[in-house]
Write a protein that binds this ligand. Structure first.
Ligand code: FES
Ligand SMILES: [Fe+2]
Length: 360
């Protein structure tokens, strides 16, 4: 269904394919010392490996000698990677070839491009920048993961067929909260049926505001939300939940649920696999002393609500000039659009389509 939609819909006047920023490209536990994996995303094809010193390196996957793929059979030797075809050995930090088994002279051009990698909060991030600029900000550490006061309670993974900008825009979209996320989660994810009569006695209510931070934190958009539950129109105050949602650059969101047991963290990572195909991964962490089921419930509720958004995203087109009305809600959307522009630069890759079928 998703693929069919992505080929046939009107794609609108669409922004560049990949914004600049940090993107999660792998989860730490999936890459042990000495392991190499292939990663294909953000228009890159990478060999990602963990050296014997425990650090992760990412280089272009194709060997400059004869084009073998270093991630298909390449061996990690020390902190270098050896090509499986003729044994050239590359240093993953500089990308330079360090050893050719049958030649003494190593030409300067014998090198691959290497990328800036950061491992944090159990994710491996790559810094993507269309002009190859150095990172201008860093993903923040989550204290509870450093001092082990938070426990991991599970993950979810979704693939979405839309432009990457559509997804963060949701974080400043207040009028969709009651429309899409108002019906109780028991009403399911299919928007054709979420307003069914059976569940209408229960309703999620959302209030909040969005703002762009400033100075060193100008790459962060912050949404403060209050969630409450209504039963037959009466608010159950004891069910109120405050949520802080920090959109950190285009690919990272920290949702902090301020619960009666302490703060729970939903770490959301959005990574472009292709120009109009996004991977969305959530990890949930809750206080170590809380019942493990708590994290699972929050993760389930989040995944279910996101699947309602996905039905919209998979089928909508990107409107460069939306028809806003004079309102707090649409003002937030337009503010978010202006804020998001900072993640594009002159060389950000444009999306072009074949005229006959709109594929790229
Ligand atoms: S293709 Fe890599 S060493 Fe020959
Ligand atoms: Fe949403």
């Amino acid at each position: 269904m998703v693929n069919v939609v992505s080929k046939r819909r009107d794609t609108g006047n669409i922004p560049p394919a990949y914004p600049n920023g940090w993107f999660a490209i792998e989860e730490s536990r999936n890459l042990v010392v000495g392991q190499v994996v292939n990663v294909s995303l953000i228009g890159l094809n990478l060999a990602l490996y963990r050296g014997e010193d425990g650090r992760v390196r990412a280089i272009d996957a194709y060997c400059p000698h004869l084009g073998a793929n270093l991630s298909a059979g390449g061996r990690v030797l020390g902190n270098c990677i050896e090509c499986p075809f003729h044994g050239w050995k590359f240093d993953g930090d500089s990308g330079k070839c360090k050893h050719i088994p049958y030649a003494d002279n190593i030409p300067d051009v014998a090198k691959v491009k290497s990328y800036t990698i950061l491992e944090r909060n159990n994710f491996i991030y790559i810094w993507y920048h269309a002009e190859d600029n150095e990172p201008s900000w860093m993903p923040p550490e989550v204290d509870g993961l450093q001092n082990d006061s938070l426990d991991y309670d599970g993950r979810s993974e979704h693939y979405i067929s839309c432009h990457i900008q559509e997804i963060p825009e949701n974080g400043a979209d207040f009028s969709h909260l009651s429309q899409v996320h108002g019906p109780v989660i028991a009403a399911g994810t299919d928007l054709r049926f979420t307003y069914n009569k059976f569940w209408q006695f229960l309703e999620h209510c959302w209030n909040g505001e969005w703002k762009a931070l400033s100075g060193d934190e100008a790459h962060i958009g912050e949404m403060k939300l209050t969630h409450s539950l209504k039963i037959f129109g009466f608010k159950l105050s004891f069910m109120d939940l405050k949520v802080t949602v920090n959109q950190i650059g285009p690919g990272i969101v920290y949702l902090v649920l301020h619960t009666f047991l302490g703060d729970c963290y939903l770490l959301q990572h959005l990574t472009p696999m292709e120009p109009l195909k996004q991977k969305l991964v959530h990890h949930i962490y809750t206080p170590w002393f809380s019942p493990r089921i708590l994290g699972k419930i929050y993760l389930f509720a989040e995944a279910l609500q996101v699947e309602r958004d996905i039905m919209i995203w998979n089928n909508k087109k990107f409107l460069a000039k939306p028809c806003y009305v004079k309102s707090f809600e649409d003002q937030m959307l337009s503010k978010h659009r202006r804020w998001y522009m900072q993640f594009y630069s002159k060389n950000s890759p444009k999306i072009t389509f074949r005229k006959d079928d709109l594929t790229w």
